[in-house]
Write a protein that binds this ligand. Structure first.
Ligand code: F6P
Length: 357
């Protein structure tokens, strides 16, 4: 008999349901008795005791369903030790719910911030299994996160669509891609959809290099240029600012995001009509792609095995196409970034893609 709790926390993605299904299928197929409690809206449900006993019907037909059947919310790790507006100690409240339900383990699906709280609960003595979710692919200790590939598909499709209209009108187009502080999604979608210029947070750009790359294409007879710009892209000049100074600059900026600033600078420097498209949260929406469905099923099955083995305190990760258990204490709080000298960047540059550096 195992009694487990489950929650999805932070920004959603396409593959949360598929992963929960994988865990529950793996457990129910190998245990005589199982109880699964689903907490609503991430850690909120655990803090305030909002949960429901789930049945096999809850996990039926959800392999292809995006979003999360449990709902989610952002509960910043840095505020976890602060009491809520009614003076409630959130960490103690979460422990209380866990012990009240007599759980054997809590399965937590989420990104970096979620993982930090998962590790905190582990330190507090709870049995935790973490599963790496995010379209950003920035979780340290796993080659890939679920949601990433589905988001690449959507962002690539957005760039593909822009390609045809950009070519018809001989325009410069910027497509702003999500990814928070890292450029994985922009890099992969950019290469997949044939972007000419890719701007990433990890490789600060020089706007003159960007405009030169556009002019070089124009001289070669290419009437249009496609830029894939990460939402966290930053100029060389801004990269020199302190965190505080940069925050202030953004607060006072007339542009809604970096892409609009780049567009205005291109327009001003070389007088080329430049448009911006922001696919935004579409990148987290819709059904998980087949790659993610397989990834989630494998991670879910491996999580179930770890629970049966009572090997807790781990993230279930994918390394060299093998599922592995990575101790949370070794990875929590670390970020996986795009290395600017990595093979993929060198290969992209070799093909003529400009990173504006
Ligand atoms: O972490 C996933 C992500 O979609 C990031 O790429 C993006 O910066 C952020 O979440 C957006 O957050 P929200 O949904 O809270 O606007």
């Amino acid at each position: 008999m195992k009694r487990i709790g489950m929650l999805t926390s932070g920004g959603d993605c396409q593959a949360l349901n598929a992963t929960m299904r994988g865990v529950v299928k793996g457990l129910s197929n190998n245990l005589d008795e199982l109880e699964v409690y689903g907490f609503y809206e991430g850690y909120k449900g655990l803090i305030y005791g909002k949960y429901r006993l789930l049945t096999s019907a809850d996990f039926s037909g959800i392999l292809t369903k995006g979003g999360t059947i449990l709902g989610t919310s952002r509960q910043p790790f840095k505020l976890m030790h602060d009491p809520d507006e009614n003076g409630l100690n959130k960490v103690e409240a979460m422990k209380h719910t866990y012990y009240k339900l007599n759980l054997d383990c809590l399965v937590i699906l989420g990104g970096n911030g979620t993982q930090k709280t998962a590790n905190l609960l582990r330190e507090e003595g709870l049995n935790i299994i973490h599963l790496p979710k995010t379209i950003d692919n920035d979780i340290y200790g796993t080659d890939v996160t679920f949601g990433f590939q589905s988001a690449i598909n959507i962002a690539s499709e957005a760039i593909d669509c822009i390609h045809t209209t950009a070519a018809s009108h001989n325009r410069v187009f910027i497509i702003e891609v999500m990814g928070h502080k890292v450029g994985w999604l922009t890099l992969y979608a950019g290469i997949a959809a044939g972007a000419d210029i890719i701007l990433l947070p990890e490789i600060p750009y020089d706007i003159d290099k960007v405009t030169k790359a556009i002019e070089k294409r124009a001289k070669a007879g290419k009437g249009f240029t496609i830029l894939a710009v990460a939402e966290g892209a930053i100029s060389k000049k801004d990269a020199k600012l302190s965190k505080k100074e940069y925050k202030k600059k953004l607060e006072n900026s007339p542009y809604p995001s970096v892409s609009y600033e780049v567009a205005a600078q291109i327009q001003k420097k070389i007088g080329v009509d430049t448009r911006v498209t922001v696919p935004g949260h579409t990148q987290r929406g819709g059904a998980p792609c087949p790659y993610d469905r397989v990834l989630c099923s494998r991670l879910g099955a491996a999580a179930a095995q770890a629970i049966i083995d009572e090997d807790y305190g781990n993230m279930i990760a994918m390394k060299a196409n093998k599922t592995v258990r990575v101790p949370l204490e070794k990875v929590a709080g670390k970020l996986k970034v795009v290395e600017k000298d990595s093979q993929i960047i060198k290969e992209a540059k070799f093909m003529g893609i400009s990173f504006g550096d």
